[in-house]
Design a protein around this ligand. Structure first.
Ligand SMILES: Cc1cc2nc3c(=O)[nH]c(=O)nc-3n(C[C@H](O)[C@H](O)[C@H](O)COP(=O)(O)OP(=O)(O)OC[C@H]3O[C@@H](n4cnc5c(N)ncnc54)[C@H](O)[C@@H]3O)c2cc1C
Length: 567
């Protein structure tokens, strides 16, 4: 739809932001027979969601149950109470757990937004009571972008570092088969098929159309919205809410320099992705020194939170460090720009890598979740400069497991040294000198860690002790799948920094995603979901899918409430 075509001046539900939260809200509104308009600031759908892994944490989901994984909302509640605190967000948490499976089944039955179980995918504090090892995480089914025809270009692309050959998406299974393509006929055939499909795609499309993970989620949401002819305005940021503390009646959008007012009979839903790129909010909410990097999509400048606040909405401040974090390395790209590579699951937990601070000391279990890893960076940085921290490994590790954007078995890792991505040296002392870390201490740290590699017991940080650690380690490595020696030169060091993959501070809401005023009462007609809504997890990160799960579930609840049929 062109930006200015057919703008209805009055609808039932007006939604700002076409990420997973806003698109879900729009889809549910349309399915419920409401007149809906979805307005998006950029010229593409997907937001940060399109660059995500697309995992949803939905305890008790029926997809996993059908696949034989037993879980219950009660166990998940037990876990969340232990992790977040019994009283914190109790009502919202219960609403989330109650509605999660329903919302997913609703989409699965009535739209093309369908999910499959991940099976084993441990919770991030897998040693806490109520944590699950399997059954809570689901991912979208891969999606064929060709179904969108010319509109495929409306889907925001994944980050370039997550694509092969400049545009091919691959999943976890694909990666292992591609790496082992000469190990078996099945692997070779699978790899050849992927490549042939990709080549055919590139004759017609700017990138591969076999969409996985977050891109599949967005592809499926967009395809479903198009099938239902839900109007989407692109290049249309929400700039003002019409109304006051006592009720929101609609909103103004800026389209090509012209302001358009749209009246909303039943409600306005803010889903503008949170404040990742808003300096004022970062300074106000995040820990000091305020992290410099965000993985949020660049158009997420806190508009929803700002508009809500201006109207008298409360900000929910009990949000830990106000972000959900990952360590990132900074990638110099061939075109002179810089990318951020998130060290989520591929390298940190593997045997033969340690993380050290500027004193050359370990400060964390390297196999902890990406969120917990960064919390440890913040903690360590209070006494010893730990931002950046350094991931250290040797040549054998690099060859076998890769490091950041250097994939396993890369034939020319020297290229990454030349570009300044990673440092290397033939001795630990020289390496320490290159990165400004205490050489004697680094030597001692590595000698001690190499001792742990022999015994299999990390007496300092317990690397390899939890299900989560081992899940991301190397099952074939003994005696501990997460600990191996750092011994074969050359040695490598890679700087990692904290970056938010999502923000957790946002507008305070009730369990129906109604935005609350400073007096704790709902502002009639105003809803928030996704990262505009303060996280139901209160800054904790229980497991894979901690933000997309709530984004979809509270979008569903918001619209049902706006319709007058609260769940
Ligand atoms: C590498 C990576 C991996 C991730 N993996 C996962 C995962 O597997 N599971 C998980 O739960 N989370 C994951 N996340 C986090 C997840 O992607 C985000 O939390 C999620 O996308 C937030 O959804 P949203 O709809 O609130 O915002 P977004 O997806 O960011 O969408 C917001 C949209 O609003 C638009 N917008 C902004 N301002 C305005 C305005 N004024 N008017 C109109 N539109 C506006 C933006 O352009 C954007 O399109 C990951 C993130 C990253 C970076």
């Amino acid at each position: 739809m062109n930006a200015e075509a057919n703008v209805n001046s009055e609808v039932d539900v007006l939604i700002a932001g076409a990420g997973p939260a806003g698109m879900t809200a729009a889809l549910v509104a349309s399915l419920e027979g409401l007149d809906v308009l979805l307005c998006e600031k950029s010229d593409q759908v997907g937001g940060t969601g399109s660059t995500s892994a697309g995992t949803l944490w939905i305890p008790g989901n029926s997809q996993s149950r059908a696949a034989g994984f037993n879980d219950s909302e009660e166990q998940a509640d037990f876990y969340l109470s232990a992790l977040i605190g019994e009283a914190t967000n109790r009502e919202l948490r219960h609403a989330y757990l109650l509605t999660g499976p329903t919302a997913i089944d609703y989409l699965g039955a009535r739209t093309d937004v369908r999910f499959v179980p991940c099976g084993t995918h441990p919770d991030y504090r897998s040693n806490m009571p109520g944590a699950a090892i399997a059954g809570r995480a689901i991912v979208p089914e891969p999606f064929d972008g060709r179904l969108l025809g010319a509109e495929f270009q409306r889907i925001r692309a994944p980050i370039p570092e997550f694509m092969l050959f400049g545009g091919m998406m691959v999943g976890k299974v694909d990666i292992s088969r591609l790496i082992g393509r000469f190990d078996s006929v099945a692997n070779f055939v699978h790899s050849a098929k992927l490549f042939t499909r990709y080549l055919a795609d590139r004759l017609r499309y700017p990138r591969g159309t076999r969409l996985m993970m977050g891109n599949a989620l967005i592809g499926r949401l967009f395809y479903s919205l198009r099938k239902r002819n839900v109007p989407i305005l692109f290049g249309a940021p929400i700039v003002e809410l019409a109304g006051d503390r006592d009720g929101v009646k609609g909103a103004r959008f800026n389209i090509g320099g012209k302001e358009i007012f749209v009246k909303a009979r039943k409600g306005v839903v803010l889903a503008t992705g949170g404040y990742g790129h808003n300096k004022r909010f970062r300074d106000a909410f995040m820990p000091q020194p305020v992290p410099l990097h965000s993985m949020s999509c660049e158009s997420n400048s806190g508009d929803g939170v700002d508009l809500g606040q201006r109207l008298g909405a409360a900000i929910a401040l009990e949000q830990g460090t106000s972000g959900l974090w990952t360590p990132v390395s900074i990638v110099p790209r061939p075109d002179g720009t810089k990318g951020l590579f998130p060290h989520l699951v591929l390298d940190r937990a593997k045997p033969g890598l340690i993380a050290v601070n500027s004193a050359g000391r370990r400060f964390v279990n390297e196999a902890a979740s990406y969120h917990d890893f960064v919390l440890a960076m913040f903690d360590s940085n209070k006494t010893t400069p730990s931002i950046p921290a350094w991931l250290i490994c040797d040549a054998s590790f690099l060859k076998k497991y890769g490091l950041g954007v250097i994939y396993p078995g890369h034939r020319n890792p020297g290229k990454f040294v030349d570009r300044g991505y990673v440092a290397n040296a033939h001795t630990i002392e020289d390496l320490a000198g290159k990165i400004g870390v205490d050489p004697q201490q680094l030597d001692r740290t590595i000698a001690r860690y190499n001792g742990f590699a022999e015994t299999g017991i990390d007496s300092d940080f317990g690397k390899g002790e939890t299900e989560l650690n081992r899940f991301n380690g190397d099952a074939d490595h003994r005696p501990n799948p997460c600990i191996g020696p750092v011994a074969t030169p050359p040695f490598y060091a890679l700087a990692v920094w904290p970056a938010d993959i999502a923000v957790s501070t946002g507008l305070a809401t009730d369990a129906d995603a109604r935005v609350l005023g400073n007096d704790g009462q709902p502002i009639p007609g105003l809803y928030a979901c996704g990262n505009d809504m303060a996280s139901v997890m209160a800054g904790s990160y229980p497991g894979p899918g901690t933000t997309l799960g709530p984004a979809i579930v509270f979008a569903y609840r918001a619209v049902m409430h706006a319709k007058g049929a609260p769940v």
